[in-house]
Design a protein around this ligand. Structure first.
Ligand SMILES: N[C@@H](CCC(=O)N[C@@H](CS)C(=O)NCC(=O)O)C(=O)O
Length: 235
């Protein structure tokens, strides 16, 4: 029997990466909206699935999973696609950048989006943290751009890897959030190989499906506009 997954999601949240992976893998799934306006991610029901109160959660036959990269790797391994297999000579390169995307890039992005959670309520301090984070993110993207130059099959290749999806979504969020803040610092074309990856992904059916489901606009990665979802809200 084919497993039917259940994705706890909010539009344009990290759950978008998992939706894209499920679509690419052609797996059956249902979605359950996490109402961010009501802070449902902090409610007892949601914390029973993810005690950290973070979106996404994917319900699997092995129990609820959280942490975007863990879910991506699990799906790729379980379904034998979108990542180099364990015995491949490409596995090491793929894993190191996947972990980087999760524990450094995404973690740094969170500080840009939620500075109060890291440095407290002082606005000047939050501004300072954001300034530092923007510089860090530029360095990270420059390093990824260099890694992409070698054209590894798990980065910017014709067939997307779970890492490609994760990076494209993070590039989108960097260019869009936080709404109402200066975002001119992020110009994707400064990173032509990452731009190329985003352009290629935008042609995929998975992206078109997610665009409609989450109201992401015509060019969600190369020229993102704020989400206008049919249900729920991004923040
Ligand atoms: N490390 C987590 C981060 C997930 C994350 O930052 N989720 C955001 C939505 S994009 C969230 O739940 N934000 C709500 C909050 O921080 O209260 C992962 O990789 O899944």
């Amino acid at each position: 029997m084919t497993t039917r997954y259940c994705l706890h999601y909010a539009p344009d949240n990290a759950s978008l990466v998992i939706r894209l992976a499920l679509e690419e893998l052609g797996l059956p799934y249902d979605t359950l909206l996490v109402d961010r306006q009501a802070e449902a991610q902090n409610g007892a029901e949601y914390r029973a699935l993810n005690p950290n109160g973070l979106i996404p959660v994917l319900e699997t036959p092995d129990g609820p999973m959280f942490e975007t990269a863990a879910i991506l790797l699990w799906l790729a391994d379980r379904h034998g696609a979108m990542a180099p297999p364990v015995d491949s000579d490409q596995r090491a390169g793929f894993l190191k950048w996947l972990f980087f995307a999760s524990n450094t890039l995404h973690a740094d992005l969170r500080m840009l989006f939620y500075p109060h959670k890291y440095i407290g309520p002082s606005l000047p301090q939050q501004q300072q943290l954001r300034k530092v984070q923007r510089k860090r993110l530029h360095v990270h993207l420059s390093n990824l751009e260099v890694a992409a130059a070698d054209k590894p099959p798990w980065l910017s290749a014709e067939e997307p890897s779970v890492l490609d999806l994760y990076l494209a979504c993070q590039l989108r969020w960097m260019a869009l959030y936080p709404l109402g803040c200066d975002r001119s610092w992020m110009v994707l074309k400064q990173y032509p190989r990452l731009h190329d990856l985003c352009s290629k992904l935008e042609l995929r059916k998975s992206v078109q499906t997610a665009r409609i489901a989450e109201g992401l606009g015509a060019t969600p990665f190369t020229n993102p506009t704020p989400a206008n979802p049919p249900e729920g809200s991004a923040t």
